[in-house]
Design a protein around this ligand. Structure first.
Ligand code: ADP
Length: 258
């Protein structure tokens, strides 16, 4: 019967349309929810240092500035909270940079980049007495977006130092595998438990909030790493054992197109 076939076809088409609709809407809603969560997290993270800066400044103005010791202590807190605020703003800018489609491509020397990025970290290296070892050929080159690449390397170096132990080791190795460069950042520091390993690349996720706060961390470092590495056509992997150490490995194409 032609009518039955027709009705069946209609029903099938309706089911198909509903399925397509569900398939389409779900990720959109998820993205919208993620954006809302992000805005609310950012607002909270921005509010905390601002509240603290304002509170301490007002207390100083109300008379606490007359006591030199109190003044010193409060000003130190204000300076630290202002630094956190700056770090947070820089990280938010880095995240939004990761979402920009446009890539700038240039030739990048891996060893030179790592060496340059270590210069401003020398004070942390000295106080923590971390031995930094670079297993990178002087000729190691890749065609990539220099700013994004630097940001990724910088964040992994900072973490490899911050979450290291006193007198620990940080080894950066670059290996060429076919048309890919594999860069690993290996430390023998705190390590990360398996439950945390799956969440560590989420925005604002920290294993130990107090510790991250103390180090001036924003909880965005690894989220930035993941977004930028993806934008560069690569991947990031983590191997870690609690109390033993962690190795973050990024794989990047040797060449990308602008
Ligand atoms: P943060 O600003 O807190 O460092 P990240 O996104 O860079 O934010 O890292 C998220 C969390 O992952 C950190 O708070 C820390 O607990 C953990 N982590 C990152 N790198 C390491 C590492 N090399 N060793 C141990 N833990 C790490």
């Amino acid at each position: 019967d032609v009518n039955v076939v027709w009705m069946k076809a209609q029903a099938l088409q309706a089911t198909y349309q509903v399925a397509v609709l569900l398939y389409d809407i779900t990720p959109v809603k998820q993205i919208q929810q993620m954006q809302l969560d992000f805005v609310s997290n950012v607002s909270h993270e921005l509010k905390t240092p601002v509240t603290s800066i304002l509170g301490f400044t007002e207390t100083l103005l109300a008379g606490a500035q007359d006591e030199p010791e109190v003044r010193q202590e409060f000003l130190t807190i204000i300076a630290a909270e202002s630094k956190r605020l700056t770090a947070l703003i820089q990280d938010i800018i880095a995240l939004s940079r990761g979402q920009q489609q446009q890539l700038q491509v240039a030739s990048v020397n891996i060893k030179q980049t790592v060496t340059n990025l270590l210069v401003p970290l020398q004070q942390t290296i000295d106080t923590k007495q971390v031995t930094v070892q670079l297993n990178i050929a002087a000729t190691a080159q890749l065609q990539t977006d220099p700013h994004k690449f630097e940001q990724v390397v910088k964040n992994l170096l900072i973490n490899g130092l911050s979450y290291n132990r006193q007198g620990g080791r940080l080894t950066v190795t670059a290996e060429k595998k076919a048309a890919q460069w594999q860069l690993s950042f290996s430390d023998n520091g705190l390590g990360i438990a398996a439950d945390d390993q799956v969440r560590i690349f989420e925005r604002f996720y920290r294993v130990d909030k107090a510790r991250s706060h103390h180090q001036g961390g924003t909880g965005l470092g690894l989220a930035i790493v993941k977004e930028l590495v993806t934008a560069l056509g690569g991947q990031v992997r983590l191997k870690s054992q609690l109390g033993v150490g962690s190795t973050f490995t990024i794989t990047l194409p040797e060449k990308i197109e602008a």
